[in-house]
Design a protein around this ligand. Structure first.
Ligand code: UDP
Length: 329
């Protein structure tokens, strides 16, 4: 199979490329390198630098290569930034996807797996969250992802195209080799922020609110290893290759950890005291997000390998300890 990975230089994209190449597939990566890193692209993948909003760039790839399926990661994904610069999110995430779909339809490419997010649910009505639960995003990022899902739904109804949307919960951890991992600038995710403390990059961690209705007052999230997410994309491609119909799946571990528990685990893994201070709540943070991934397990046959938060943080630490500045030299 030949798979085109849009955003294959980013965090989850690069890990998916590694898993596909391990399985012996041909992989083509396209990335504008706005937030991705060329160093994260597997040396065996063919690389095209360009932007999904540039239709001629996509047309050229589809005409030149024989693509069996597309996996689409090319998007902006910072909740805070999406609130201060919403049009950036409409432009890259929604307009970018529209251009991509136009090019796919015109070039007869009919299978796509793409990144969605738990942020489409907003404040959940049930825990664990099911795919059929209410979707009412509380931020622009989640709204653009939900709009993307709807765009796929209508376009697939009109054209010969099938899709799988994967709603990730909290992606974390790093490739077991320690060669690639999470590298955002500035960093905004909890686990890499915590690990900046033992790395000497930050004095302490701020806990965003300790008055939530949870067991220790801090927010509960479902942390899922990036390699498990990568495997789910491959299973989703297999699912479409077998002729199955379009669908939406949650991807999480089904277990929630509080911010304090994550910090405590990181202390254990790194052997560093990791000082933490209580700060005000962050706008738009639901108290609890925990996935039901039963559908991914039963329909896609997905089996997450990293159930243990300590093991997940250990893979992240292996990467961050040796790459305190991410991919920069
Ligand atoms: N968080 C925190 N301090 C930080 C960063 C994050 O307390 O410096 C909390 C955040 O409020 C949320 C959880 O950690 O409850 C996970 O946040 P992250 O940004 O990693 O992912 P999100 O849940 O927003 O997708």
């Amino acid at each position: 199979m030949t798979i085109l990975i849009l955003g294959g230089a980013g965090y989850i994209g690069s890990h998916t490329v590694y898993e596909l190449i391990d399985r012996g597939e041909d992989v083509i990566v396209a990335d504008n390198l706005q937030t991705g890193h060329i160093e994260a692209v597997h040396p065996k993948a063919e690389f095209y630098k360009g932007d999904i909003r540039d239709k001629s760039f996509l047309d050229e790839i589809f005409k030149k290569e024989k693509i069996d399926a597309v996996i689409h990661f090319a998007a902006n994904s910072l909740v805070g930034e999406s609130m201060t610069d919403p049009l950036k999110y409409y432009d890259n995430n929604l307009y970018g996807t529209m251009v991509l779909l136009k090019s796919m339809v015109e070039n007869g490419i009919d299978k796509i797996v793409f990144s969605s997010t738990a942020a489409v649910y907003g404040e959940p009505e049930n825990i664990p969250i099911l795919e059929a639960d209410r979707t009412e995003p509380t931020n622009t990022y989640g709204e653009t992802k939900l709009s993307m899902e709807k765009m796929f739904k209508w376009v697939s109804g009109a054209h010969n195209l099938r899709y799988v949307s994967l709603r990730y919960f909290n992606a974390c951890g790093a490739h077991v080799s320690g060669k690639i991992g999470e590298a955002h600038n500035p960093e905004s995710h909890l686990i890499p922020i915590i690990l900046q403390v033992p790395n000497g990059k930050r004095k302490e961690v701020c806990i965003f609110g300790d008055d939530y209705p949870t067991k220790d007052g801090t927010c509960v999230r479902d942390y899922i290893h990036v390699t498990d997410l990568a495997q789910a994309h491959i299973l989703a491609v297999d699912y479409l290759m077998k002729g199955n119909s379009s669908d939406i799946f949650n991807l999480g571990n089904g277990v929630g950890f509080t911010v304090k528990e994550v910090i405590e685990t990181a202390r254990k893994v790194t052997g560093h005291p990791v000082p933490a201070v209580i700060s005000p709540r962050r706008a738009g943070d639901p108290a609890q997000l925990i996935a039901s991934s039963e559908k991914s397990k039963s329909v896609l046959g997905w089996k997450p390998q990293y159930a243990d938060i300590e093991e997940i943080i250990a893979t992240a630490w292996k990467w961050h300890k040796h790459h305190p500045d991410g991919f920069s030299k």
